[in-house]
Design a protein around this ligand. Structure first.
Ligand code: BG6
Ligand code: MG
Length: 217
């Protein structure tokens, strides 16, 4: 059996927090006096908070000192946290819970591999913490995606060889991280935004263990 563990990104894969990140960054850009489009936002997906701010400032052609950047990153995070505080399990993306349960019933281990420092808060709010055998988040890694650290740590904690791991990701930085970790990858979203995945699916609604078996086993 080729796939022994599945590692899930959080934002944009398990739950639609990508939308809240976008609204908070858009407001940050507007406060700085420039427009930030949904297309620009694709570059921020999967990227750490400070790296995201650096890309945003680059788009706005603004240069700031490190202490100003830290204040701005905190401000964006406070705004983001104010949005996610209201989250409920209803916001889990369609098909996710059934797929996680099916994986577990078939003996596949499950990890979360997220760049977010808010990952545990979100998992608690949507009542999903107990579905994951291991959670690696932005507080546990030193190097952000596309570095493979987050997924390699997940595989290590699960005790599974990276070659037997499958990653689900909605961001190019995450696909690159999974590739760098030597893992199998399914992209979530639209093919034009995601290069180098093994397969692309729109979401988990039509995903199940049989389909996974037909793709990889
Ligand atoms: C990733 C998101 O999961 O986490 C990025 O895709 C985000 O958009 C990053 O910047 C860091 O999240 P947080 O919650 O620590 O600011
Ligand atoms: Mg994501």
């Amino acid at each position: 059996m080729k796939i022994k563990a599945c590692l899930f990104d959080l934002d944009g894969v398990v739950v639609d927090t990508a939308r809240y990140h976008y609204i908070a960054w858009k407001k940050t850009a507007e406060d700085l006096g420039f427009h930030f489009s949904e297309n620009d936002n694709e570059r921020l997906k999967g990227v750490s908070r400070m790296d995201s701010l650096n890309i945003l400032l680059d788009i706005g052609k603004i240069s700031l000192k490190q202490d100003q950047k830290e204040l701005l990153a905190d401000k964006k995070n406070n705004l983001y946290v104010s949005y996610i505080r209201q989250m409920t399990p209803d916001e889990i993306l369609p098909g996710v819970i059934a797929f996680l349960d099916e994986l577990r019933d078939n003996g596949i281990l499950i990890a979360l591999g997220s760049a977010s420092k808010n990952a545990m808060t979100i998992l608690e709010l949507i009542n999903l913490t107990r579905k994951f055998d291991v959670v690696i988040d932005g507080n546990k890694v030193g190097k952000a995606k596309p570095d493979p650290e987050v997924f390699l740590k997940g595989a290590f904690e699960l005790g599974i060889d990276p070659a037997n791991c499958l990653v689900f990701e909605d961001a190019q930085a995450g696909i690159d991280a999974a590739r760098n970790a030597g893992m199998h990858i399914i992209g979530i979203g639209q093919a034009e935004n995601l290069k180098n995945a093994d397969f692309i699916i729109p979401g988990f609604e039509n995903m199940n263990f049989d389909r996974l078996q037909s793709l990889y086993f």
